[in-house]
Structures are given as C-alpha cells and as structure tokens.
Design a protein around this ligand. Sequence first.
Ligand SMILES: NC(=O)c1ccc[n+]([C@@H]2O[C@H](COP(=O)([O-])OP(=O)(O)OC[C@H]3O[C@@H](n4cnc5c(N)ncnc54)[C@H](OP(=O)(O)O)[C@@H]3O)[C@@H](O)[C@H]2O)c1
Length: 330
Amino acid sequence: MSLVYAPDSAVAIVADWAWRPNSGIVTRSTGQEIPMAKGWHILGAGAIGCLFADALASSGAPTTLVLRANTPSAPPLQMERNGQTHTRSLSSTNAPDVSPIDHLLVTTKAYDVVSSVNSVRHRLTADATIVLLANGLGYAEDVASLVPGANLYCGTTTEGAFRRAPWHICHAGRGQTLLGAFAGRASTPDWFDDWQALKLECRWTNTIHAALWHKLAINCAINPLTARHRCHNGELANNPVFARQVTELCKEIADVSRAAGFDDIAHSIKGDAFDVIQRTAANRSSMLQDTLAGRSTEIEFITGHLVNRAEQLDIEVPANRDLLEQIRNA
Ligand SMILES: NC(=O)c1ccc[n+]([C@@H]2O[C@H](COP(=O)([O-])OP(=O)(O)OC[C@H]3O[C@@H](n4cnc5c(N)ncnc54)[C@H](OP(=O)(O)O)[C@@H]3O)[C@@H](O)[C@H]2O)c1
C-alpha cells in the first residue's frame, strides 16, 4: 500500500498501487504489474511545469521533474487551489543525468526553451515526444533542428498559476490548453489520450499554428504596452491615449497576420484584443510583472517575432518596432 494525496483536498488517502518512477509500470498491492499512462519528464519546474506535473502524476502517469545541473532534488510540492493545499511528492532528475527520456514536456520561459532542451539532448530517445508549452513563437524551429528525430508538438495554455514560494504553486485560474503537431495536420497521438484524462482541460487541434499566432497577436497588442505604461490590462481601454496605441498596434498586427496567411485573425484582432482587455481588466500581464521584478521578459519571442516576420514579409510595423526597443531598453 502507498500513501497518495487526493488532488483537490488536503486529505491523504491510501492507494493499493505504487509506481516506479520512469518505468511506465504500476504495481498493484497483489504484485501484479500493469502498464500505466506514459511517463513524462517536465523540463521547467516553475508555475506551469509544476501545475502539469501535479496533474499528470494525479492521473497516474510516472512524472519526473528535470532540474538544472547541481540542483538538489525537489522537496514535496505544495499545490494550492481554491484555498486548499495538497502535497505531492515527485521524483526529480538533473539535466546532465543519463537515464533516457521519451516524453518531455518543456515549460520554461521562451528564452530558455532551446538551451534547456539542449541540456537533455543526450537523454532523448531517437523518436522522443517533445511538447513545447511556452509562450511566444520562434523557438520551435530551433528545437526541431536540434533534435531532428523527435516528434515535436506545440501548445498554448490559458491556465493561470504562480509561485507563491519555492515549491509552492498557486493554481489561480482555470483555463484551457490547446495542443497540436509542429508539423501541422496530424492524427491525434497516443499520448494525448492520457492528457484528456487530466484534471486540466486539454484539447487537440489540427490548426495549432493559427492558435499560436492568435495568442501571439493578442500578446503583442496587450503585454508590451502594459509593461511600457506600468498599468493593469484594463487601463489600456480606459485611458484614451493607451487605447489609441492598442488600435495602432492592432492595425500593424492585422497587416502582418494577413500577409502570413491568417486572414481570420487579421479581421478579428482589434475586437479580440479589446475583449481580452475587458475580461482581464484587473490583471497585471506577465510582461509587466517581469519588468517590475527586473527579470528578463519574453518580448523577443512576442513582439520580436512579429517584427521579424514583418521584415520577411516586407511590411512596416513602426509602432511595434518602437515598443520592442522600449521594452528591450527598459
Ligand atoms: N504562469 C502562468 O500562469 C502562465 C500562463 C500561460 C502561459 N505561461 C507561459 O508558460 C511558460 C512558463 O511560465 P511560468 O510562469 O511557469 O515560468 P516560471 O515559473 O519562471 O518557470 C520556468 C521554470 O523553468 C526553469 N528553467 C529554466 N531554464 C531551465 C533549464 N535549463 N533547466 C531546467 N529548468 C529550467 C526555471 O528555473 P529557474 O527558476 O532556476 O530559472 C523555472 O523553474 C512561459 O512561457 C509563460 O509565458 C505561463
């Protein structure tokens, strides 16, 4: 028998099974061994990584956190939701270790994706599955070159989580996670069956590139301006000067979207951006929080990516370019 924790309560319950980390095998108390959900390694054990690690482990998937070199193993994770906190013990490994990795979920910030995948490249099996779940665009192509044999998937999430303290994660807002194949249209992979059973809502899409571009477009219209003006999202609509800037950014974003083949997004971006601003009026964007805390921002993978794409398509985007420079130099 083993002790596990009911995911949505602080109450420990007794289970008649146990799993060996990374084995993909669950051993019942009778000694019977049964194949369980695929084992996942989580690279980027921050707010989103721990949220998914907790959900995967809760569903019975052998789940291992991948920590930087020379980092001590993770203490039990405190996961807080709706005012209740449960504890989850997860196994961990350091990136330079040698045990193989066949299913990798990457949840670092965008600017750490490529270097972090590189740090475990020697451990990836020949046909490893890699799911990239960071914000922004531009790093997946580099990962595809780095590990050409891998089955690469991308995702975007509206789940909200933050680190209250080291190894104490607060799941602040439920959302949805969209996943799809980097290569484009593809049948739903086997591993996704396990993800559909998670306590986090996950959906498969054959148009992940449009979903990622839509998220990028919204982020370009909101996040850098909130960081520039040090304001909550809602002020972008309430302050007429800021609202005109949102409109100007959206016009350029629409031009690039149309030229990049995303006509629907070009058509809807301004309305969608103001809709998000209204719905998240009280929020402080992650870019604002990073700027205030003196941390690196993901600007190069958000506005930076838009500006690069505009250059390739020979489109002028002066408002986005100015904003990019301002955030770079903030
Ligand atoms: N948090 C949210 O609510 C939310 C919502 C939607 C999307 N996102 C996106 O999800 C991504 C992750 O966000 P987050 O809030 O979870 O960030 P986070 O809390 O900063 O977590 C990132 C984690 O990655 C780790 N990491 C970086 N490089 C690594 C390496 N080479 N090896 C091992 N670990 C490494 C960091 O470790 P260190 O602390 O040691 O640097 C940190 O624990 C971002 O792209 C973000 O925009 C977040």
